[in-house]
Design a protein around this ligand. Structure first.
Ligand SMILES: [Zn+2]
Length: 293
């Protein structure tokens, strides 16, 4: 579809051609009119000479009549040519007016098109700038995240007991030193994926059929092994503790709400018990971690 600008431009081109045609028609009409004007004058002069000669006789009479007829014919032709001349002049004037109107509209449309283009260019530049800033802050965030993980890893390396023997720090020791993040065997990618799966599933609890499986690994703790059969989740308390170990206090506070079993009361009846049990397994660990911070 042609834009208003293109439509106007071809209209202006057509009107320029119309004007050129009208002007050349005017030139012909003018020449024709002047031609008949000259002829009329010549016939007038011719007749005057005849009449001034004051001759007589049949031959003379016939010559005068013929000269009068030629003068009449030249006059009528001149009148007709004059009408055509006026007509051609009016047509030129009309063509000029039309061209002026279309020219003004074209100028207007050009200005508007230029403004539109400028606006689009500016909007595109703004979008590109915004994206560049977003990318920048994202890579900043990624760097921050990586740095935090690195520090966490370093810390857990230091906290690792020197002997290979598993040993639980005594309660008083634990309260003395800062909370040590357990070694991360779960990749943060797996953990993020699980958080995302939860966020996705919790959006429509009325359609939930199962609780997203949290990342897990085999655990040799006596209590965990014994509970394995009755747990809703494969992940044991130790696994869940590891998953949430990098959460801040504020995040744990939100998790406490998010994973509260009461939040799952709209899950369909046949799945509700299992899902609320899974939520409870998460919630009880989160609640404990939160209260210790
Ligand atoms: Zn365990």
């Amino acid at each position: 579809m042609a834009s208003r600008f293109e439509t106007l431009r071809s209209l202006v081109e057509k009107l320029q051609l119309d004007l050129a045609n009208a002007e050349s028609a005017l030139t012909s009409a003018k020449e024709e009119y002047y031609g008949f004007e000259d002829a009329t004058e010549a016939e007038q002069a011719n007749l005057k000479v005849l009449l001034d000669s004051n001759e007589s006789g049949t031959h003379y009479q016939r010559s005068v009549l013929a000269a009068q007829r030629r003068l009449d014919a030249a006059r009528s032709a001149m009148v007709v040519a004059h009408v055509r001349f006026n007509d051609a002049r009016n047509k030129v004037q009309t063509a000029i007016n039309r061209l002026n109107t279309a020219g003004a509209q074209l100028q207007d449309a050009t200005a508007r098109r230029d403004a539109d283009e400028r606006m689009h260019r500016e909007a595109a530049a703004r979008r590109a700038d915004q994206k560049r800033k977003q990318d920048q802050s994202k890579s900043d965030r990624d760097r921050e995240w990586f740095k935090a993980k690195q520090e966490q890893r370093n810390q857990s390396q230091q906290e690792k007991p020197q002997s290979n023997k598993r040993q639980r720090p005594a309660q008083d020791q634990a309260s003395e030193r800062p909370r040590a993040a357990p070694p991360l065997r779960f990749t943060s990618q797996k953990i993020q994926k699980w958080y995302a799966a939860c966020a996705d599933a919790f959006q429509d609890k009325a359609s939930m059929k199962e609780f997203p499986q949290a990342p897990s690994e085999p655990c040799s703790e006596a209590g965990c092994a014994a509970n394995e059969k009755i747990r809703a989740l494969r992940a044991c308390r130790c696994n869940i503790t590891k998953i949430f170990s990098s959460r801040t206090k504020a995040e744990l506070e939100m998790d406490r709400v998010r994973y509260h079993p009461d939040k799952f009361s709209t899950v369909p009846g046949q799945h509700r018990d299992q899902i609320q049990q899974a939520a409870k397994e998460i919630f009880s660990v989160v609640q404990e971690m939160y209260s210790k911070l």
